[in-house]
Design a protein around this ligand. Structure first.
Ligand SMILES: Cc1cc2nc3c(=O)[nH]c(=O)nc-3n(C[C@H](O)[C@H](O)[C@H](O)COP(=O)(O)OP(=O)(O)OC[C@H]3O[C@@H](n4cnc5c(N)ncnc54)[C@H](O)[C@@H]3O)c2cc1C
Length: 352
C-alpha cells in the first residue's frame, strides 16, 4: 500500500527546497514534487540579497554557493530617463550581495534537500489536489498529512483550491543572459525606461543578466531598446513571466502552508524574492516540525515582511510610472542620504 508522507512540498525553487531540507533533516517523511527537470533557468535578476547568507549558513550551503560561478557586486547604480544616475558602492565580498545563475543555485538547493533525506521527484507536475491531502501527479495519487505550496507566483496549488487572486493586465518580465559587455564590471544597474525598467547585473566573470519589465503592450518597445543597446538578434529567445505583482495569499491554512512567491510576490526591482523564499521556507519548516497552530506561522510570516516591505512598495510605485520614478530619482540625487538609507534598508551591511 502507498505510504503517507508527513509533508509534501509542491515546487523545488529556493522556497520549496529550503523547506524540504529542514523538514527532512528533522526526521519528517518529506516529498518534494517539482514539475521541471533541474538544472533549469528561471526569470530572475540572479542577485542574492545579503539576508540569504545566515539561512544558507544554517542549511550548510554557503561554501557550496560560493564555489558556483558568481559575481561579488561592488556597486548599485540607479539610472533615470535622461541618463542621470546615482551610485552606491557595495562591499564586494562573500557577505555582500552576489549574483549567481538560478540554474546553478536552485539545483544546488534541490540536491541538498535530497541529501537531507527528502524524496525528490522531478518532471512531476501536480495537476490536482484534494483536501485530506491527495495529490495527483500524472497517473499517481499521493497522500500527505501536510502540504506546502512552494510553486511560485502562479501557484497551481492555490489555483486548484480557488485561492489564487486574479492578476489580469499585470506587467510582464523578459529575461536573458548575454556575454558581459567589456567594462561593465561587477555591478547591478537599475534603469528607468519610458515603457518600464531594465535590470542588469554581472553574473560570474563573463555573463550579463538582463531583465526587462513593462506592461504587455510595451514589451515589444522594451525588447527593441535592448536589441539596439546590446546588439541582440531579433530572433533571440527570451524567458518570460507574468504577473509581476498580485495580492498576497493567506500563508497558513489547516495543514496547508504557502511559502515564497506562492504566498507573496514582491516587486523584483529590489531583488529580494529569493531571500523571502529562503526565509519563509525555513519558517514554515520550523512550524511544521513543531506542529504549531496555523495562526502562529501566519503571524511570523507577516513579521518577516514587516521591516522592509514598505521600501519595496515605494520601489513598486516608482517603477509603475517611470516618468515619476525618474523625477523622484532627480529629487533623491539632491538628497542622496535618503536614497542611501532606502538602499541600505535592502542591502544592509553590504552598503559601504
Ligand atoms: C524579472 C524578475 C527579476 C527578479 N530578480 C530577482 C533578484 O535579482 N533577486 C531576487 O532575490 N529575486 C528576484 N526575483 C524574484 C525571484 O525570482 C522569486 O522571488 C523567487 O524565484 C521565488 O522563489 P520560489 O521558490 O518561491 O518560487 P520559484 O522560484 O518560482 O519556484 C517555484 C517552483 O515550482 C515549480 N512548480 C510550479 N508549478 C508546479 C506544479 N504544478 N507542480 C510541481 N512544481 C511546480 C516550478 O517549476 C518552480 O521550480 C525576480 C523576479 C522577476 C520576475
Amino acid at each position: 500500500m502507498a505510504h503517507t508522507y508527513d509533508v509534501a512540498v509542491v515546487g523545488g525553487g529556493p522556497a520549496g527546497s529550503t523547506c524540504a531540507a529542514f523538514c527532512a533533516e528533522s526526521g519528517l517523511k518529506t516529498l518534494l514534487l517539482e514539475k521541471a527537470i533541474f538544472p533549469r533557468e528561471k526569470v530572475c535578476g540572479d542577485c542574492l540579497n545579503p539576508g540569504c547568507r545566515p539561512i544558507l549558513d544554517r542549511l550548510g550551503l554557503t561554501e557550496g554557493v560560493l564555489t558556483l560561478p558568481h559575481s561579488k557586486l561592488a556597486e548599485v547604480e540607479f539610472i533615470g530617463l535622461r541618463g542621470q544616475s546615482a551610485k552606491f558602492a557595495l562591499n564586494a565580498n562573500e557577505h555582500g550581495e552576489i549574483a549567481v545563475k538560478r540554474s546553478q543555485f536552485d539545483h544546488l538547493l534541490l540536491q541538498h534537500a535530497g541529501e537531507c533525506g527528502a524524496e525528490i521527484r522531478q518532471n512531476a507536475a501536480v495537476t490536482s489536489i484534494e483536501r485530506g491531502w491527495r495529490i495527483r501527479v500524472g497517473d499517481e495519487c499521493i497522500s500527505a498529512k501536510k502540504v506546502v505550496a512552494a510553486d511560485g507566483r502562479n501557484s497551481t496549488v492555490a489555483r486548484l483550491l480557488g485561492l489564487l487572486p486574479s492578476s489580469k493586465k499585470d506587467r510582464v518580465a523578459l529575461q536573458t543572459h548575454l556575454p558581459l559587455p567589456r567594462d561593465f564590471g561587477n555591478r547591478v544597474v537599475l534603469r528607468f525606461l519610458p515603457d518600464g525598467y531594465c535590470g542588469m547585473s554581472s553574473v560570474g566573470n563573463d555573463q550579463l543578466n538582463l531583465c526587462l519589465v513593462g506592461k504587455p503592450h510595451h514589451i515589444d518597445a522594451l525588447k527593441k531598446w535592448a536589441e539596439a543597446q546590446f546588439a541582440i538578434a531579433p530572433d533571440h529567445s527570451w524567458r518570460t513571466i507574468t504577473p509581476l505583482a498580485r495580492r498576497a495569499i493567506a500563508p497558513a491554512h489547516e495543514n496547508l502552508f504557502f511559502i515564497g512567491d506562492a504566498a507573496r510576490v514582491v516587486e523584483p526591482f529590489t531583488g529580494e524574492g529569493i531571500y523571502y523564499a529562503l526565509a519563509s521556507g525555513e519558517l514554515a519548516a520550523r512550524h511544521l516540525i513543531a506542529h504549531s497552530p496555523p495562526a502562529d506561522y501566519a503571524r511570523e510570516h507577516a513579521l518577516l515582511y514587516r521591516d522592509r516591505l514598505w521600501v519595496n512598495e515605494i520601489a513598486k510605485r516608482a517603477v509603475m510610472q517611470p516618468r515619476l520614478g525618474s523625477l523622484t530619482l532627480d529629487l533623491l540625487r539632491l538628497n542622496p542620504a535618503v536614497l542611501r538609507f532606502l538602499t541600505g534598508k535592502i542591502v544592509g551591511n553590504a552598503l559601504r
